[in-house]
Ligand binder design. Structure first.
Ligand code: IPD
Ligand code: CA
Ligand code: CA
Length: 266
């Protein structure tokens, strides 16, 4: 395993252990509302602080872009993109599906990725050009080629309701043509599941870089494709993400295209 990934795994596991300590007592946690339908707990904050502490110990000069504490560090430094708890709504409801997501971006490219599911003890890792692993075993996207056979993942735009109509148009274009759609509530795990062949495709609008950065590299290194809704590479900026096996990704884009509003064409 690449030394950078080793450190990232240490940070992700430490955050995961902290999250697990609270899993059975979420009712004692103070839940704060950041925005409409956007909650944060002290677990998100403490897990993030723990990740940053571990990364900074080895890489004091690296920059940080973290969901709860924002951006810090020089523009030209390698940057850690951190979601300490992806799936907070699941977590606060005791719905057992969430993850820690860490990616290292350098010169505009994601170089390393870690997504850790502490409940299942599943560790997804990838380094550019070196493939994707689940608990140190190589993973590949599925061999599914027809949308009719594909199980898709998605996320609903529960915060950005302005995207709801446009999103529903894409849902209408894909759902009846697929073999099923799942909304599990953690975009980082959705992408990791595409990488592992558990889902054949995924799409969501309005995501943040920390939801997507690690999962996107996992999909690419597992032989899949990730793009924005126009088929381009602006997905970290626009937050509109389509991922899948090469055939399913192409088929999803083709079916969605006629229904895209101006805001979603990128
Ligand atoms: C959210 C999850 C969810 C997705 C949202 C994300 P959070 O992240 O990934 O699946 O639908 O768009 O914001 O807030 O739980 O870290
Ligand atoms: Ca997230
Ligand atoms: Ca989060």
């Amino acid at each position: 395993m690449h030394p950078v990934v080793n450190i990232a795994v240490r940070a992700a596991r430490a955050a995961g252990n902290l999250i697990l300590r609270y899993v059975d007592r979420v009712d004692t946690l103070e839940v704060t509302r950041k925005d409409r339908n956007d909650f944060v707990t002290e677990v998100d904050r403490r897990a993030e602080a723990e990740i940053v502490r571990i990364l900074r110990r080895t890489y004091p000069d690296h920059a940080i872009l973290a969901e709860e504490s924002g951006a810090d560090g020089r523009d030209d430094a390698p940057q850690w993109i951190i979601d300490p708890l992806d799936g907070t709504t699941n977590f606060v409801h005791g719905f057992p599906h969430f993850a820690v997501s860490l990616a290292l971006r350098h010169r505009g490219r994601i170089e390393h990725a870690v997504v850790y599911d502490p409940l299942r003890n599943e560790l997804f890792t990838a380094s550019r050009g070196e493939g994707a692993l689940l608990n140190e075993r190589r993973i590949r996207v599925s061999g599914i080629t027809r949308l009719a056979d594909a199980l898709l993942g998605t996320g609903f735009p529960f915060r950005a309701h302005r995207h709801l109509d446009a999103y529903l148009a894409t849902f209408r274009a894909l759902f009846p043509e697929s073999s099923g759609v799942r909304r599990a509530g953690s975009a980082a795990l959705d992408l990791a599941y595409v990488a592992a062949g558990r889902l054949d495709g995924f799409w969501e609008v309005g995501l943040s870089p920390w939801d997507v950065a690690a999962g996107a590299l996992l999909v690419q290194e597992a032989g899949g494709i990730v793009s924005d809704f126009a088929g381009g590479d602006r997905y970290l900026r626009s937050g509109n993400v389509v991922a899948g096996t090469p055939k399913i990704h192409a088929e999803m884009l083709r079916r969605m295209r006629p229904h895209l509003t101006e805001a979603l064409r990128g």
